[in-house]
Design a protein around this ligand. Structure first.
Ligand code: ZN
Length: 163
């Protein structure tokens, strides 16, 4: 396994659409392992193919319950709404307010190329939406409802607002 370089905002590859994965080749298996390792090393909760320079529909997510691999994910259902701070490993150290669905149901293939459905609420729903956006060349900063701020400043200012 190896740590891959995370592409940063401004890199054109983050703006391109990804292709479907048709077959679980050894290269794809290594990619998935590397993406999980890279996500953990960067203390992220999700990572998508384009963020490591690979334009394929694969994302890895871990919101604290173990890694989830989604290959060719397709969002089937969303409901509710949540508004809160969101960040991205491709925009390091920054946070902004983004509204996302509070519930998401997604169909995808897992790391064994078996089809399954994953449901998520709250942070998992947010992470699924955020990572699926990456596969379409979209970043959270495109839909942010606040200025893009340093993470510390963002939470300090939000706390003031909440008081
Ligand atoms: Zn991201």
């Amino acid at each position: 396994m190896a740590i891959r370089t995370i592409r940063l905002e401004g890199d054109e590859i983050l703006r391109k659409k990804c292709k479907e994965i048709k077959e679980l080749t050894p290269r794809i298996k290594i990619l998935i392992e590397d993406m999980i390792e890279t996500m953990y090393q960067a203390n992220g909760v999700g990572l998508a193919g384009p963020q490591v320079g690979i334009l394929k529909k694969v994302v890895v997510i871990d919101v604290g319950d173990g890694p989830i691999v989604l290959i060719n994910p397709e969002i089937l259902e969303t409901s509710g709404e949540q508004t809160g701070g969101e960040g991205c490993l491709s925009v390091p150290g920054k946070t902004a307010t983004v509204t996302r669905p509070n519930y998401v149901r997604v169909r995808a293939y897992d790391e064994k190329m078996e089809q399954r459905e994953v449901e998520g609420t709250e942070l998992l729903a947010r992470a699924i939406c955020h990572e699926c956006d990456h596969l379409e060349g979209k970043l959270y900063i495109d839909i942010a409802e606040s200025p893009i701020m340093d993470t510390d400043t963002y939470y300090a200012e939000m706390e003031e607002e909440w008081e």
